[in-house]
Design a protein around this ligand. Structure first.
Ligand code: ZN
Length: 107
């Protein structure tokens, strides 16, 4: 599997070699590199794809089903959301009650 562009230099379309850089786009960290001559940016494809999925999900209203599990109540999250957040079964998240109808889940 490809490890990304962190340690790679890419030959820019202008002929210069790029420098590794971590971009921050809308709070999302994307590995890549940038050309010192023309500022052309090259993004790690995996990171860029994750950022795209994240941005798409951000503008959607998703629903989660409430279910009973023993004495607890569980909220089932859509698979697309789980994948985008890299959530795995058994991981711990932080829950914060924002107002009487809003709970924030911090992963
Ligand atoms: Zn360039």
């Amino acid at each position: 599997m490809r490890k990304g562009l962190r340690k790679e230099k890419v030959k820019c379309q202008c002929g210069e070699w790029t420098e590794p850089k971590e971009f921050n786009i809308n709070g999302f960290k994307i590995r890549g590199s940038e050309c010192p001559a023309c500022s052309e940016a090259y993004f790690n494809p995996e990171d860029a794809n994750k950022a795209l999925i994240y941005n798409k999900l951000k503008n959607e209203v998703l629903t989660g089903k409430v279910a009973k599990s023993g004495n607890s109540i569980v909220v089932r999250l859509p698979k697309r959301l789980v994948d985008a957040l890299n959530l795995t079964a058994g991981s711990t998240v932080t829950l914060q009650l924002e107002d009487p109808r809003t709970v924030k889940i911090i992963v």
